[in-house]
Design a protein around this ligand. Structure first.
Ligand code: 5GP
Length: 189
């Protein structure tokens, strides 16, 4: 009986994704609470501004879906994908942004991201969007690793600041798996 209880409790905290062990880090309730807070700030800040949200696939699909359910002002949403190329520059891999078809000029843009780590990915996305001359441009991200950041970024809406450890769940993957997890898990040492 005690063994069964222990197994149940461990299964509740631990998660195996492919060959790696993770432990529960941010529970779904805390995420949902944070998503509501972020959405309510956006609802306030963007009243009458008709913002265009741009979600970054694949990682931001779950956050974008939850966030948009809490956004109650007139707004649009679209999604883009970032494709890495082997050709390298000083920042590492060159990236190409796919799917940006909406007119950006004069719009209030909010980019929806899953996690900002070094910031290189989002910085390239921001540069590309800026070239379309938006009126304003902000980022909303669930997770931010301040100790990993290598770029100056306007991070106006941040869910959780987290340590520099690998996480999965809530859209984030490990080698393609784990995106479906409702909670966020951190890698075990
Ligand atoms: P950055 O360009 O900011 O270093 O990283 C951006 C991308 O790397 C994120 O959009 C995400 O796909 C991936 N990434 C960074 N840190 C993590 C992490 O802890 N877990 C997972 N699953 N992906 C991460």
């Amino acid at each position: 009986m005690v063994d069964l209880l222990r197994a149940f409790l461990l299964a509740e905290i631990n998660m195996r994704v492919k060959d790696k062990e993770f432990k529960k880090f941010i529970k779904k309730k805390a995420i949902q609470k944070k998503v509501k807070k972020l959405a309510s700030r956006i609802n306030e800040d963007y009243k009458d501004k008709n913002p265009l949200f741009i979600g970054i696939l694949n990682g931001a699909f779950m956050f974008a879906s939850d966030l948009m359910k809490e956004v109650d002002i007139p707004s649009e949403i679209s999604f883009i994908r970032v494709k890495s190329y082997d050709k390298t520059d000083s920042t590492g891999k060159m990236k190409k942004i796919l799917g940006l078809e909406e007119t950006i000029k004069g719009r209030h843009i909010i980019v929806i991201e899953d996690i900002v780590d070094t910031g290189f990915t989002i910085a390239e996305i921001m540069d590309e969007i800026k070239s379309g001359e938006p009126q304003t441009l902000e980022i909303v991200t669930v997770l931010f690793k301040p100790n990993a950041l290598k770029k100056e970024l306007p991070l106006k809406y941040v869910g959780f600041e987290i340590p520099n450890e690998f996480v999965v769940g809530y859209g984030l993957d490990y080698d393609g798996y784990g995106r479906n997890l409702k909670d966020i898990y951190q890698i075990k040492d």
